[in-house]
Design a protein around this ligand. Sequence first.
Ligand code: LLP
Length: 400
Amino acid sequence: MKIKELKKAAVNFGTPIYVYDLSIIESQYRKLQNAFKNLDNYKIHFAAKSLSNISVLKFIKNLEIGLDAVSIEEVKIGIKCGFKKHEILFTPNGVNFSEIKEAKSLGVKINLDSLESIKDFSENYPNDPISIRINPGIYAGGNEKISVGHSNSKFGIPEEFISDLIKMDKENRINVTGLHIHTGSDITKNNEFEKGIKKIFSTATKFKNIESIDLGGGIKIPYFSGDTETNLNDYAKAVEEEHNKFKNNTGKKLKIIFEPGKFLVSDSGYFITSVNYIKKSQNNNFIQVNSGFNHFLRPTLYNSYHEVINLSNPNDQKEECTIVGYICEKDTLAEKRMISKISKGDLLCFKNAGAYGYNMSSNYNSRLRPAELCIHDNSIKKIREKENLEDLLKNQIDIF
Ligand code: LLP
């Protein structure tokens, strides 16, 4: 961790602030390349929903990575950043068909997850290739909100309808060239990945024009030293094994797509706040910072753990404290932690804030979203301005 640079960034640009170290994104990508080196044809598509600042996206595009887009806006941003259209896979859920049409007209690949939308697609674009997202009926993911591959989830084609699609494909009413699963985020157990891998490869044998399978995201990164993480080599081995079986059964090879969000960018991001007050009560040592869940939602929404470093005083004696925001409801950012002695004005840095940090921020309590910076080629650059009051008001209409 680059404490000196992060401190400099916070002092020069003010807090709260998000900072991304682009070299970490690249080194995470190299880890994937190393783990997947025995797969003959694979592609990484970055999940734009996790972090979509255009400078970061361009950096990622320059690494020859494709894009996983979930909304027409992400598709448009991806195109604007120069991603190749055939390397953008649009995976919407529950959107109006007009949005799918628009994505189609932009030339990106489409991945649908309901029989209803697939029927609309086949009527509008008979015989055009389509990818479909199946629901593998697997419960996997770090918490209930981000576990989306089980049978009660709204995502993916429910298992009981897959035979209908196989029939439609046989009768040339649809042309399925891709299959997709995404079972959840923060998947720790490799056997949960393996179940999904087995399911998708065996389903793939039933589609005559199948060219690619997409295994979604979900790779778990450690949030603190000693935390669990996905074993990438085991993951890659499981993919290789199932692919070999597929090749032996069908005589065909598939392109394998992975859609990491967190794995690529989580560790690259730091969210830095300043201490307004230290408020003591009988049972708590509340550290009140100049932010809240409006800027950094994960701890409140998922109870997720983000390590906190006191940039101003990193190596002092540790004291127990609870870091809270200024939002007018409970917005604990870190509970009962042992952190190097904190004083008023200190800079506190939350780690692993690159994925779903800025992208899940809001204007709740009429607060302004912070600026974003990146560390690249030994310099710190601003990649998004902090909002101002005008930004907050610009779309509002005063009728009085
Ligand atoms: N592909 C699809 C279709 C997805 O829905 C997602 C994430 C990904 C890939 C990337 O997953 P990742 O590698 O980042 O786990 N806001 C939550 C995470 C929500 C994930 C939604 N889908 C969080 O902060 O934990």
